[in-house]
Design a binder for this molecule. Structure first.
Ligand code: PLP
Length: 385
């Protein structure tokens, strides 16, 4: 059977379409006024001093990492329960990702385990706000301050999340967001790096576009033709105005989208709470959960099927599902390169084999949500030991 209730569908309306058409007709397609408009709205939205529009969240992580003052072989503490981009960026900059096991309640990195992983080579912490649930940032910031470590936040899932009332992106650390097609708001492909440090933001604005800087030239007092100046070789990570055209309107709809995500997540929680073969996850008191992903974990000891068999069975009914994630310490590259083993991070290993992400997006209807629930509970009932 083909998938008729996909894992995700973006919600794009006439205003996004009209804005893209306006951009196409304007003759200015690359980084320009629409990107600037989106950046300004976004920095207001999260309460950051700067927002830099990029072509991905991965680019944002990379820019944050290259500007953190790390040296080859330095260690950065992060979570194994993430998308490879988080940690690949470190490896590609010749840094050593040091994983910390996760907490079972939220699947975020367990902040209580960070200090035991700090060595003389540790220089940074890279928390991921998993599924849209913020990490306990007070604890992380306190450790970072005491030990002199840089903090870079992976906010790929965390657009709209809040920590103790403060939006993720507004805590002062460089924070990278994703606007990939399935994120809480989308630009098709795209990302944003927010930060508060003025000088670092100026450097990274240049680094996102080959290292070219016009502002630098202005500083030298030339008021005529706007030459660019190359201070350092940079990357090609800039957001285009075509992508920003989507972002401008998606951002305005973010509160409406979040409300629907929260409502559907609550319906899922209610439906699965009393099913003994399903584990659901918690929201900490300090957190406003962005509800980017809705995960359940299967209690395999109560079932006659594996998680992967469950995935095939539910997809056979036409419902798209996903896995977030098979943790990075189980991936061949990280095992070969850093010698990580399954037993090093028992909680991440346990959930890697049990988690299922069910569809959760505003474009779903209440009927869609009910169908996912009925199908999930039906399969659990059928394959219970
Ligand atoms: C946790 C996490 N970090 C980083 C990324 C990379 O985002 P992008 O595809 O925008 O580069 C993703 C992508 O889904 C992600 O889930």
């Amino acid at each position: 059977m083909s998938i008729d209730l996909p894992f995700h569908r973006p919600w794009l309306e006439e205003d996004e379409i009209n804005e893209v058409v306006d951009t196409l007709k304007s003759g200015w397609l690359t980084t320009g006024p629409k990107t600037q408009h989106f950046e300004n709205d976004f920095k207001e939205y999260v309460g950051a001093r700067h927002a830099i529009g990029l072509n991905s969240c991965t680019a944002g992580l990379k820019l944050a990492v290259i500007s953190a003052g790390f040296k080859d072989g330095d260690e950065v503490i992060t979570t194994p329960m993430t998308f490879p981009a988080t940690s690949n960026v470190l490896v590609l900059e010749r840094l050593r990702p040091v994983f910390v096991d996760i907490e079972p309640e939220t699947l975020n990195l367990d902040v209580k385990k960070i200090e035991s992983k700090i060595t003389t080579r540790t220089r940074g912490i890279l928390p991921v706000h998993f599924a849209g649930h913020p990490c306990d940032m007070d604890v992380i910031q306190d450790i970072a301050r005491r030990k002199g470590l840089a903090v870079i936040e992976d906010g790929a899932h965390a657009m709209d999340a809040r920590y103790k009332g403060v939006p993720i992106g507004g805590l002062g650390n460089p924070t990278a967001f994703s606007f990939y097609a399935n994120k809480n708001i989308t630009t098709g492909e795209g990302g944003m790096l927010t930060l508060d440090d003025d000088a670092r933001a100026e450097l990274l604005r240049a680094m996102r576009l080959h290292g070219l800087s016009r502002d630098a030239w202005k500083r030298f007092g030339n008021s005529g033709f706007a030459h660019w100046v190359l201070q350092e070789p940079g990357f090609k990570y800039n957001m285009s105005d075509i992508n920003a055209s989507l972002g401008i309107h998606q951002l305005k709809k973010a509160p409406r989208f979040l409300k629907l995500r929260q409502e559907y997540a609550e319906i899922y929680d209610q439906a699965f709470r009393d099913e003994p073969a399903i584990e659901i996850f918690q929201t900490r008191d300090y957190a406003l959960h962005a509800r980017h992903l809705y995960l359940i974990a299967l209690k395999l000891e109560q079932l006659t099927i594996t998680r992967d068999e469950f995935l095939n069975l539910i997809q056979a009914t036409g419902i798209g599902v996903a896995v977030h994630y098979i943790a990075l310490h189980l991936q061949p590259f990280y095992q070969k390169e850093f010698g990580y083993k399954a037993e090093d991070f028992p909680i991440a290993t346990r959930y890697s084999n049990r988690v299922v992400s069910l569809p959760l997006y505003p474009k779903m209807t209440h009927e869609d949500v009910a169908r996912v629930i009925d199908t999930t509970l039906g399969l659990i009932k059928k394959y219970r030991k």
